[in-house]
Design a protein around this ligand. Structure first.
Ligand SMILES: [Zn+2]
Ligand SMILES: [Zn+2]
Length: 291
């Protein structure tokens, strides 16, 4: 049996909006039957304007120092847990500053021997889209409405996937977070979704089937069933993400991700494995994926 997650492991030690220590998160992963657990702390901030409301006493340099401390501690824990839990150490990208994010993310990647990267989009242009309904609505007004914002978001996903070729593509339709329980996209958005999926396919990324919406009362796992079905038609491989922001979230609702994958017609879920120092995706039959 295999049980794994590659998006999460955000801890209160290195992230203001998470709880617990990284070590406690990994201990919880062992207790909850994980065989491989990837941790993907958020990239640090480059500009003061991107600091979140709970980071206003910090400078971008502070977040960069915290990120370096994260990489060091995570790599230490990767060795400490060897034999009990395969720990993979990664980080989750940003797409700000919009004009140079790709260079910034590549520079971060070369800062430490990371196993992998989760490519995520949390901004459209300079607008954060998952921080508050108010900012989301301001972004929509600025871009000419919700549908236009949705289109611009998926274009940003395509650009990021092409530029960074991340091993895992994080929460593909995060932009629907503010839609609540029954998310959907307008017909005019679908060509943009399609283009994002083509970019993901060309990048060779695994799609993160992410269980976070269930704990936020935000509908089904990311992405919604019609997008996941289209990904399956395009033979885009998938993986699992609990998007944990503390020990309580470890593995939470991840069974819903497995069920969504099976319902979309997949037979396998991919797991990243580190073999002889190289990380590669390995297919696992769905029947063998469980704690
Ligand atoms: Zn977070
Ligand atoms: Zn994210």
């Amino acid at each position: 049996m295999a049980w794994f997650s590659f998006h999460g492991g955000h801890s209160g030690e290195f992230c203001r909006h998470a709880q617990g220590t990284l070590e406690t998160i990994l201990e919880t992963a062992v207790e909850r039957g994980f065989t491989t657990y990837g941790v993907s702390e958020h990239a640090p901030k480059e500009r003061a304007r991107d600091l979140q409301s709970d980071e206003q006493d910090l400078t971008p340099e502070d977040t960069q120092a915290t990120f370096r401390a994260y990489a060091g501690r995570a790599l230490e824990l990767r060795e400490a847990f060897a034999g009990r839990l395969e720990v993979l150490v990664g980080f989750e990208t940003e797409t700000v500053p919009p004009d140079c994010f790709a260079d910034s993310m590549r520079a971060l990647r070369s800062q430490a021997p990371f196993d992998y990267v989760v490519g995520s989009v949390h901004h459209v242009g300079d607008w954060p889209i998952d921080v508050s309904v108010e900012l989301f609505e301001e972004a929509a007004r600025d871009l000419g409405g919700r549908d236009a914002l949705d289109c611009a978001y998926f274009d940003q996903v395509a650009e990021m996937a092409t530029a960074l070729r991340p091993q895992v593509l994080g929460h593909l339709d995060l932009i629907r977070l503010c839609q609540g329980q029954n998310p959907s996209f307008a017909p005019s958005t679908w060509p943009h979704i399609e283009r994002a999926l083509e970019a993901v396919s060309a990048a060779g990324s695994l799609l993160d089937i992410n269980a976070a919406p269930l704990r936020k009362n935000a509908g089904p796992v990311y992405p919604i069933p019609p997008i996941l079905e289209r990904a399956r038609e395009m033979d885009i491989p998938v993986t699992l993400g609990d998007d944990s922001h503390g020990p309580d979230h470890v593995g939470l609702n991840l069974g819903a991700s497995v069920r969504a994958i099976a319902a979309a017609g997949y037979r396998e879920i991919h797991c990243l494995r580190r073999v002889d120092g190289a990380v590669r995706p390995e297919p696992v039959p769905i029947a063998e994926v469980k704690p």
